[in-house]
Write a protein that binds this ligand. Sequence first.
Ligand SMILES: Cc1cc2nc3c(=O)[nH]c(=O)nc-3n(C[C@H](O)[C@H](O)[C@H](O)COP(=O)(O)OP(=O)(O)OC[C@H]3O[C@@H](n4cnc5c(N)ncnc54)[C@H](O)[C@@H]3O)c2cc1C
Length: 311
Amino acid sequence: MAGILIYSDKDNLALELLTVARLIADARGLEVKVACINNASQSNLLSAAGVRVYKIENPAVIPADVATVAAALKEASGQLDCSIVLLSSNRRGRELAGRLAQMLGAGCLTDISAVKVEGEQIHCQRNALGGATVATQYIDGDKQVLVIVPRAFTPASAQDGGSIVELAVEVLPSRVKLLEFRAKDSSSVDIEEAPVLVVVGQGLNSQEDLASVESLAKKLGGEVACSKPLATDKKWLPEDRVVGLSGKKCQPDLAVLLGISGQVQFTVGIRDAQVMVAVNSDENAYIHQIADYSMVADLHQVVKELNDALA
Ligand SMILES: Cc1cc2nc3c(=O)[nH]c(=O)nc-3n(C[C@H](O)[C@H](O)[C@H](O)COP(=O)(O)OP(=O)(O)OC[C@H]3O[C@@H](n4cnc5c(N)ncnc54)[C@H](O)[C@@H]3O)c2cc1C
């Protein structure tokens, strides 16, 4: 039966893709098929979510060389009669998408946050104009690579009916030689997973002031994140802390935004927070318009008082 193929090397993202794939498959009468590459535990996890998993065991396919993953998926999609492939819109997924779409001669849409099937068309919502608006677009053609924003869909939960089938794919040996794996710096945090974020912007006076912001974040049970200039221009925080269009899209329960003006390239990464509290000394700053609670105040004073109150 013709199908829709999904792939992500991350377990939680693969489960989210399964939710989207079922939505499309139900409307189009397709079968959902999952590719798991050199990942036995993921095969088990996904089959327990009630789907048919195609397990690819091939040492020539290495995550460090996305071209080999794309080649494996191209062959899998052909063997499994899947003209639609769903991937996740993280950094590696986007690179994979471009390569795979080129190999398949398919259309490709990245950063999809919602989908709706309208007859033969799959309407996809994506941010446009730097996040200032949302565009609805579809690919006019059978071959489609659709790349879904992480956390836009609920992960599929366990259900019966799954199975695992081995799938052999031929892939040319990678020309990339993997010299070593290095664990991530222990100071790195995943701001997308944090329930509370204290996000600092250019209103912060100095790098030394980060200590009190860090202390506040810890007291609130969260992590520190930042606007882009703080990481890329001032280099006060690593780039994996940036919220926004070119950073992470976060959905914390609480976001405390300190000294941030609220330009669209930033807000697109935080507007799905449950509660937003903004502190900005300029009463006309746009951030006050989108925050649930806002304070026209000096952020350093507010951070000090909150730290004292929570001591
Ligand atoms: C293609 C592209 C992609 C981009 N991607 C991103 C992205 O992913 N993330 C991102 O953040 N930006 C991104 N940007 C940059 C973005 O447009 C803004 O320049 C940036 O978000 C501004 O950061 P900011 O709010 O910290 O600084 P500013 O705009 O300079 O705002 C600082 C604010 O601090 C306030 N302030 C000053 N002193 C105090 C004080 N003592 N107490 C309280 N408030 C104070 C000021 O009133 C001001 O509103 C991108 C831009 C482009 C062109």
